[in-house]
Structures are given as structure tokens and as C-alpha cells.
Design a protein around this ligand. Sequence first.
Ligand code: NAD
Length: 255
Amino acid sequence: MSDLFDLEGRVAVVTGGGRGIGRAIAVELANAGAAVVPSARSTDEIEAVAADIEAAGGDAVAVPADVTDPDAVGDVIDRAAAEFGGVDVVVNNAGFNPDDALGRPEDVETESLDRVLDVNLNGAYEVTHAAADHLHESDGGSVINVASVGGLVGLPRQHPYVASKHGLVGLTKSMSLDWAPEVRVNAVAPGYVSTELTDDLEGNERLRQSIIDRTPLERFAEPEEIAGPVVFLASEASSYVTGSVLAADGGWTAR
Ligand SMILES: NC(=O)c1ccc[n+]([C@@H]2O[C@H](COP(=O)([O-])OP(=O)(O)OC[C@H]3O[C@@H](n4cnc5c(N)ncnc54)[C@H](O)[C@@H]3O)[C@@H](O)[C@H]2O)c1
């Protein structure tokens, strides 16, 4: 790998790092040389990820936290700094799209909207906010928010998720201005990726086919295909990139 993508000496916190896209991001950041702190609500999954990274010769420590719990989030950042000497990269990947937040606006309760915003948007803010001092002390601080095509265009019957991801894109752009030139803030906007989040979609043949038909690359992504863009945004290879949203969507938003 070119030195441009080398993350040796960097410390990366990855929320939702126990499975799916977050797991792939944690592993690929470690493969690029970063010490990684995978975090999620479930301890088992993140400990397995940390063990895999260490077995491959990397450095990792799993620290559980719900991103809506400021104390727990503070512990993640403190632990990362104590174990590895700082925090250079924050990947806000934790997110969800629960069944009670799916449907027409008149059928979704306000509480469902609140919960989705709380995790997908406020949670990302909480983690970034907690890491602010370390990111500014770093000589290459980088925040990467995992948004969605739903952060760029509307999608029917999931307005809470779409609102949260549009909010995350807004947060990305605004924070990139406030934190330049010291810290870069970018987002990745995945299209449809094969993970537990999309199990139901992929299990519904009609829906699965309609997504494939709508996607120029004619398939769902694998989680590793979102990790590559994140490694790029974490590294020197993207040193002049801030405030941007990198669509990794198989061409979905090019139509
Ligand atoms: N799968 C897709 O098609 C797709 C497309 C676009 C964007 N995304 C986004 O990518 C991210 C990862 O999605 P995925 O498909 O890997 O989902 P996933 O359900 O497989 O994994 C989500 C991870 O987030 C964690 N998480 C959820 N709520 C949390 C909370 N409150 N606190 C801490 N951790 C929490 C879970 O424990 C899990 O580790 C999400 O932000 C999602 O919105 C996914």
C-alpha cells in the first residue's frame, strides 16, 4: 500500500464497530496501521473484532458504549487516549432504522423520530464532541460520519432515518468549517450494503430486485467496500478533502 494511506501511529475510534460496516471499517483501519477502538452496545461483538485485529498483529481495545450515553461515550474516548496516547480519527458509524420508524409520516410516532435522531445524529455529535480536544491535538485529526444515500436524497417510508442522515450531512459540512484547518470532517454516504440492517430488504425478493435494478452497479455493496472510502478519508491521501460527502452507492445518486 502507498504511504499515502498509511495510518501507522494513528488512533481510531469506530462506533458501531462490532458488526456490519463498522466491523469492516475497524478491521481495514487496523490493516492500514491504526490502533483501533471498536465500540458498540454489545460487548461480545466488539471484543471479537478487537481479538481478530490483535490476532492479525494489530492493536485494538474494545470499549462498550451506547452513543446516547454521554458518560459511556466519555469513557470510550478516555480509554482510547489512555491506551494509545490520543484520538486522531473518529468514525461515527453507529446507526439504526427500527421498524417503528418506518412508514408514512401520519403513522410514525414522534417518539420513534426522536429515538432515531438521538442515536444517528445526536450520538455522532456526542462522540465527536467528546473527542474534540484530542482531535485538535492530533496533527491530522479526521472525523468520518457514516451517512447514507438517505442523507442526500429522500427515500419513501423512512423519514426519521432520512432526516437523521441529512442532519449528519449538515453536521459534517458545518463542523468542517468550524474545525478547519486543524481537523477534517467528512462523510461517507453508502447505498445498500449487505448487513443485518438490510437483512429484511434482501430477504424480500421483490424489494431486493428493485434495489438492484435502481443501482447502476447492479448489486448490494459488501461492508468492506465502505471501509475503503473511510480509510481514504482517515489518511493523508485525502489531506485536501474536508466538508465533503463521498457517495459509495454503486451510482445510486448519479441518476
Ligand atoms: N447497510 C446499509 O445498507 C447502510 C446503508 C447506508 C448507511 N448505513 C449506515 O451504516 C451504519 C452501519 O450500518 P450497518 O448496516 O453495519 O448496521 P448494523 O445493524 O449491522 O450495525 C450497526 C452497529 O451500530 C451499533 N449501534 C446501534 N445503535 C447503537 C447505539 N445506540 N450505541 C452504540 N452503538 C449502536 C450496533 O450495535 C451495531 O454494531 C449505520 O449508521 C447505517 O445507518 C447502512
